[in-house]
Design a protein around this ligand. Structure first.
Ligand SMILES: NC(=O)c1ccc[n+]([C@@H]2O[C@H](COP(=O)([O-])OP(=O)(O)OC[C@H]3O[C@@H](n4cnc5c(N)ncnc54)[C@H](OP(=O)(O)O)[C@@H]3O)[C@@H](O)[C@H]2O)c1
Length: 278
């Protein structure tokens, strides 16, 4: 599998599998199809399913990468250590490959979120120095949230995850993390399906003889962003992994980069959830 090298030297696969709302059977299928990177979170309630899927498929822990995330209510030094040990128990593992703070603010009212993030990060740095976390990450951190960590940390974030798909690339955040040498990961790389009916995405799917979902995933790969598509069937899991095997021309990448906004999830770190009209 093609790899990406993080700023701490860790090599991870260039595509992962998203597990939010994924069924155990889909995780097993993804393992069978050769997927080597699984993105979970304590909030998803399915860390145990990944352990179960590994056991059932007979694949050893060392053959895959597992990323998990610390939930909002677990932020703070002591809580982070407790939450992390629950994550290890759920995963039936003694380490996590990538561990992220899920959101920068536990709630919008808290003014002291910067201090809380730093306490949380300090605990994560300790776990990292003990070899229990291979790489640290930020999820849903805009550049100014990330600056708080970067200016004060001993261990730099290696990964930043945010919503990224055609029509919603968060170009300022992407540019910021690229300049900092932090690997960006795309959540909702297919826009939870809202992108695949777009006229340009359909045109390019026809041109490259692939599906619209593959155009979205391949776009992410060519932007240097690691996609984390979630899929339920073997056919779709295969289809998504096959995105490593074709190439979109530069001019078409530029057309996707410059397409009009196509909508987004409505989830933003500094806002109440924005209701999106169908
Ligand atoms: N850090 C965060 O706050 C955050 C937030 C959201 C998501 N995430 C991560 O990112 C992962 C992916 O995001 P997501 O699940 O929101 O969205 P997504 O991967 O963009 O979209 C998933 C949807 O696309 C469908 N799909 C998958 N492959 C397809 C294909 N080849 N053709 C047509 N449709 C296809 C899936 O359907 P079926 O399942 O029916 O196949 C599912 O409905 C999550 O699972 C999670 O790990 C992180």
């Amino acid at each position: 599998m093609r790899t990406l090298t993080l700023n701490n030297g860790l090599k991870i696969p260039a595509i992962g599998f998203g597990t939010y709302k994924a069924q155990l059977e889909a995780i097993i299928t993804a393992l069978e199809e050769g997927c080597e990177y699984f993105d979970t979170a304590s909030f998803y309630g399915n860390e145990g399913d990944i352990a179960e899927a590994l056991e059932r498929s007979g694949i050893s822990r060392g053959k895959v990468f597992i990323a998990s995330k610390l939930w909002k209510s677990d932020m703070g030094y002591d809580r982070t250590l407790e939450a992390f040990s629950r994550t290890l128990e759920n995963l039936r593992s003694d380490y996590v490959d990538v561990y992220m703070i899920h959101w920068p603010r536990p709630n919008l009212e808290l003014e002291e979120w910067k201090g809380l993030c730093l306490e949380t990060w300090t605990a994560m740095e300790e776990l990292h120095s003990q070899g229990k976390i291979k790489a640290l990450g930020l999820s849903n951190f805009l550049p100014y949230h990330a600056e708080n960590i970067i200016r004060n940390c001993r261990v730099m974030p290696s990964v930043a995850q945010f919503e990224f798909h055609p029509g919603h690339t968060q170009a300022f955040a992407l540019d910021y993390y690229r300049r900092k040498g932090i690997q960006v990961q795309a959540w909702s790389p297919i826009g939870r399906g809202r992108v695949i009916d777009d006229v340009l995405i359909r045109e390019l799917a026809g041109k490259y003889n692939v599906t619209p979902a593959q155009v979205c995933i391949r776009f992410s790969i060519q932007e240097g962003v690691m996609p984390l598509p979630k899929a339920s069937s073997r056919e779709r899991i295969r289809e998504n992994l096959a995105c490593l095997e074709f190439e979109i021309e530069d001019e078409d990448i530029s057309r996707i980069e410059n397409m009009p906004p196509l909508g987004w999830s409505g989830e933003h770190p500094d806002r109440e959830r924005v209701k999106i009209q169908a």
